[in-house]
Design a protein around this ligand. Structure first.
Ligand SMILES: Cc1ncc(COP(=O)(O)O)c(C=O)c1O
Length: 377
């Protein structure tokens, strides 16, 4: 077996982040076994430490915990702050698997869940808060239908009642909106989407300040969440182009949404970045811009979704978003899982507008809308 040189080689500074792999941390002396600073690689080495620091800057937090997927970040953060006997209030437009986690694992641990609609009035939400309400979970714009919520007002209400708040901030990627600056306690992101940005890494983060940050840290250490150095490297690489990619996704999506809104086969475009669309006023007040997501309601029976989706070529058919590529999914079945499901006679289709040429994307959508119209006849 070959042992490394005792002092290693001098590490030169590079423009790219440091990729440090390792499980065992070699200590200088026996006395170091008792020290508090990292003595084992699970809590992260240089690469994860740089990623945590960068995410604290991005989300304006003091503690950033890393998890092996976005869903793990959501479940990890909820587990960190809730105890048996607590209640969680969840907005109905939350990412579906968060709902499944609350209804299964959290229910098994004695935590109950109630849902409220995204357009709930403040006084109605206040009426739902009871002595056991511990946490309010929000997502704005919400999953699939991109409903806007007044996050600053909701955060102020929760704080006045001593209830913690968590926002799934994946839409904004930490760039377009900073929940902690608006009074939210925990901002969670699926880094899998825009931060990693190339559809090849699963990762999530939860960012917080003060005592809530310490709770996230303690829970992560106790549960043993860890992400690989290689994946942390890819997330750091993604961060270097995040702002530029996101700006391009936002511009392209707006162009596509504007075109879609003018098509007779489209009855509604759900895209809060689009002037005149639902939620635009709150969006304009709170967000720096939109991302690549645009959802459309077709003026057709629900069955027409198949012809539309099967006519797509550049848009891949697949779950997820936030990567470089355009994607499309049918939403009706997922929307039926909601407690306050919208009327669903027409196809609801979510598009993710990627970094491709928008003229090509619009030409393809024109063909798909025609295919949808022909299928109807
Ligand atoms: C809003 C939102 N949050 C969280 C997640 C979960 O991320 P991951 O796939 O990394 O678990 C997703 C995934 O689609 C999402 O859309």
């Amino acid at each position: 077996m070959i042992h490394p040189a005792p002092d290693g080689d001098i590490v030169l500074r590079t423009a790219a982040p440091v990729l440090q792999r390792g499980t065992t941390v070699l200590l200088d002396s026996c006395e170091a076994f008792g020290r508090k600073s990292p003595t084992y690689g699970r809590s992260g080495l240089a690469t994860q430490a740089e990623l945590r620091r960068s995410l604290c800057t991005l989300e304006q937090g003091e503690v950033a915990e890393l998890y092996p997927s976005g869903l793990a970040a959501l479940s990890g953060a909820i587990l960190a702050v809730c105890r048996a006997g607590d209640e969680i209030l969840i907005c109905d437009t939350i990412y579906g698997p968060t709902r499944r986690f609350a209804e299964s694992t959290m229910a098994d641990y004695g935590v109950t869940t109630r849902y409220f609609p995204a357009d709930i009035a403040l006084d109605e939400l206040e009426g739902l808060i009871g002595p056991s309400t511990r946490l309010i979970v929000l997502e704005s714009p919400g999953s699939l239908t991109l409903d806007m919520m007044d996050i600053p007002a909701l955060a102020a209400l929760a704080r006045s009642r001593g209830v913690l708040t968590l926002v799934d901030n994946t839409y904004a990627a930490g760039v377009l909106f900073k929940p902690l600056d608006h009074g939210i306690d925990i901002s969670v992101q699926a880094l899998t989407k825009y931060v990693c940005g190339h559809s090849d890494v699963f990762m999530g983060c939860a960012v917080a300040r003060g005592e809530v940050g310490e709770m996230l840290k303690r829970s992560s250490r106790s549960v043993g969440w860890a992400v690989s150095s290689d994946d942390a490297y890819l997330a750091l690489r993604g961060l270097r182009t995040l702002h530029a990619r996101l700006a391009r996704h936002g511009e392209s999506a707006l162009e596509v949404a504007t075109w879609l809104a003018a098509q007779p086969q489209v009855s509604e475009v759900l895209c809060p970045a689009l002037p005149g669309s639902r939620g635009h006023e709150v969006f304009k007040r709170d967000y720096l811009g939109g991302n690549g997501l645009v959802t459309i309601v077709l003026d057709a029976p629900e069955s027409a979704a198949t012809a539309f989706l099967d006519a797509l070529r550049i848009f891949g058919l697949g779950f997820s978003w936030g990567g470089f590529e355009s994607l499309a999914i049918p939403c009706n079945d997922q929307l039926r899982q909601r407690r306050f499901a919208p009327a669903l006679e027409q196809p609801v289709i979510r598009l993710h507008v990627g970094l491709e040429n928008t003229a090509d994307l619009i030409a393809e959508l024109r063909t798909a809308l025609t295919a949808r119209a022909e299928a109807r006849i």
